[in-house]
Ligand binder design. Sequence first.
Ligand SMILES: Cc1cc2nc3c(=O)[nH]c(=O)nc-3n(C[C@H](O)[C@H](O)[C@H](O)COP(=O)(O)OP(=O)(O)OC[C@H]3O[C@@H](n4cnc5c(N)ncnc54)[C@H](O)[C@@H]3O)c2cc1C
Length: 388
Amino acid sequence: MRRPIVIAGGGIGGLSAALALARVGLRSIVLERRAEPAEAGAGIQLTPNAGKALAWLGISAAAVDAVSVHPERLDIRSDRSGRRLATMLLGASAAERFGAPYRTLHRADLQQLLLAAVRRIPDIDLRLGTELAAVQREADGASLATVSGGRPREIRTDILVAADGVRSTARQAIPGARDAVFTGRVAWRAVVPIAAAPAPSDSIGIWLGGSGHIVHYPVRGGRELNIVAIVREPPEARPADATNFLSHFSSWSPSAKAILAPPSAWTRSPIMTLDPNGAWTGGPVALLGDAAHTVPPYLAQGAAFAMEDAVTLATSLARRPDDLSAALEDYRTARFHRTRRLSAAATQAGRIYHMGRATSWTRNLALTIAGPLLLHRYDWIYRWQPPG
Ligand SMILES: Cc1cc2nc3c(=O)[nH]c(=O)nc-3n(C[C@H](O)[C@H](O)[C@H](O)COP(=O)(O)OP(=O)(O)OC[C@H]3O[C@@H](n4cnc5c(N)ncnc54)[C@H](O)[C@@H]3O)c2cc1C
């Protein structure tokens, strides 16, 4: 490879890709259109597979732990009664079972860890405030039109890694790539001081109901609580939504409603899905993270899978430095089945979470019987190992 690999997007996927490429000795340029890549004011669950990917990328467990919580358990509750249906033990037992802890943290803290690591590596050229505007495939790579501070520029590269998210620009350069579609649901998110919220600082809570579901967990060392409420709404925001969306929960138990009461400001994100069966690679372009496979967030895996993609892409390129298109095909093959399985599992989880009154009793019974063994259903996700 003669020229640095260009990565479009400096989100979790793009920064992870840059770190992974550096680890196998490959130079990269990261184009990020935002002047300062600031993650939304929200938390993120970093499941054990994500922790193992981060370690492979060179981010020490101690550094991640310094900004994370290791929740002791995950409690699943029913909407109206507030009854606890099942508890999955996390904490030390999950860390032992999966080889890394189950963590929760603030997205901004994760972004800072990745950015700091990127900035320490001279082989990574991070270009903030630079947008990828168009991609032209060529016989020996790609020509990229970029815009920075209003000034157009051209960059030529052997490989473009498109980590530019669910509305990827670079995806247009791949024949057979699909576009993301709206799932019919919207996520409302907020972070509040833990003292203001009637929720535990040592565990994850999930509340299930026909009109939506609520997830909450501690971030910032347990000082703040991240709250996510998923409801069925149109994709576009309307001015009154922020107050109206609480009406979806009017028949829920007082304990559930009390968790939604403290936030004074919410952010709103339509939940999208992108069928992973479309093409992910075309000539010198490879999709990564949400650009390749946006998965509804019901199993908390989008960022984890973007990191796994990054590790796999870098190792594929390192194995076949003289045949880049074969290396990109190896990457897609290595990731495809796992990603397709995740996409199906997340879609099914959404159906189970949002069962209506007529059928939810069967779900509640099944959850109560399965109890702590529920976690074992996700062995195939959490036991993922990066290459040695
Ligand atoms: C409600 C919700 C909760 C979630 N919870 C979890 C969770 O707990 N755990 C988990 O693992 N995942 C979770 N996810 C999923 C996770 O947030 C995403 O999968 C992940 O952030 C995708 O990262 P990415 O880098 O692929 O894309 P993005 O984060 O979208 O990053 C893309 C980057 O590319 C930049 N960009 C876009 N276009 C261009 C361009 N043309 N030129 C230059 N730059 C460009 C953008 O500015 C952005 O910085 C959740 C998602 C949602 C919606």
